[in-house]
Design a protein around this ligand. Sequence first.
Ligand code: ATP
Ligand code: MG
Length: 248
Amino acid sequence: MVVLIHEGFEPFIKICERINCPKSYVGLVIRDLSQLSVMRIVNEGGIEFMGIKLLGKGQNGFVFKCLVGNSYYACKVRRFDSSRPSLANEGYYLGLANSVGVGPRLINYTSNVIVMELIEGVTFDTYINYASPNDVRLIIKDLLWQCRRLDRIGLAHNELSRSREHIIVSGNKAYIIDFESASVNSKVSNVSQLLNALIMGKGYVQNRVRSIMNIGNNLDDLRYAIKEYKVRRDDESFIEILKLLGLQ
Ligand SMILES: Nc1ncnc2c1ncn2[C@@H]1O[C@H](COP(=O)(O)OP(=O)(O)OP(=O)(O)O)[C@@H](O)[C@H]1O
Ligand SMILES: [Mg+2]
């Protein structure tokens, strides 16, 4: 029986063998995967690491496609060399984000594994290369409202400065991922972080978004509106930003 369960987790176990994870860590992750009813880790995804295909790989986690019951999900497995001792905070904050319709749907989590909705899409920096101007406008409007809803409940993502990696676009829907650095009651505003990352800053993505949205180079009005919003944090000052962007 135990052997069968381990067979289902082969892609994870193989990576661990190849990068010399401690055995105790492998045991913990397998225990957590079983506890979360994960039946299989699937060798599929857009990236390849150590001969195994997976959905993503960061400093803190390996993200695998996985099977739970009859459906596929994404499983973020904490890396043994992660600076985070647990994924519990991330799981908790993702659940909180879900309560305002943000993020991949959380299924369940333990300290080493988060099971969530599988988002089949592309990161924002890829999306921006081929999307039509109208689609980009709709996605940015949707993202700004998601950020506004997070601001309303005081949940700061805190890593939206890396928006291009932390947004996955699937069809006409954008998903904010990776709530590992999130915090509550923070002064940080998601709306302003997102705008800084996608529009105000310097760089290829920002230039492209500005040109698609006809914003031009005079950003003073927008800068002022963002400042106002950061102070007031209300719907009115948020809508002022949407108006300036021609999204209202
Ligand atoms: N729910 C999901 N569905 C599909 N792919 C996902 C999902 N969550 C994460 N990924 C993929 O895995 C990658 C890494 O995820 P994530 O950013 O959460 O990991 P991380 O270890 O915290 O990364 P970093 O060190 O960059 O912060 C993402 O860029 C994305 O490509
Ligand atoms: Mg991360």
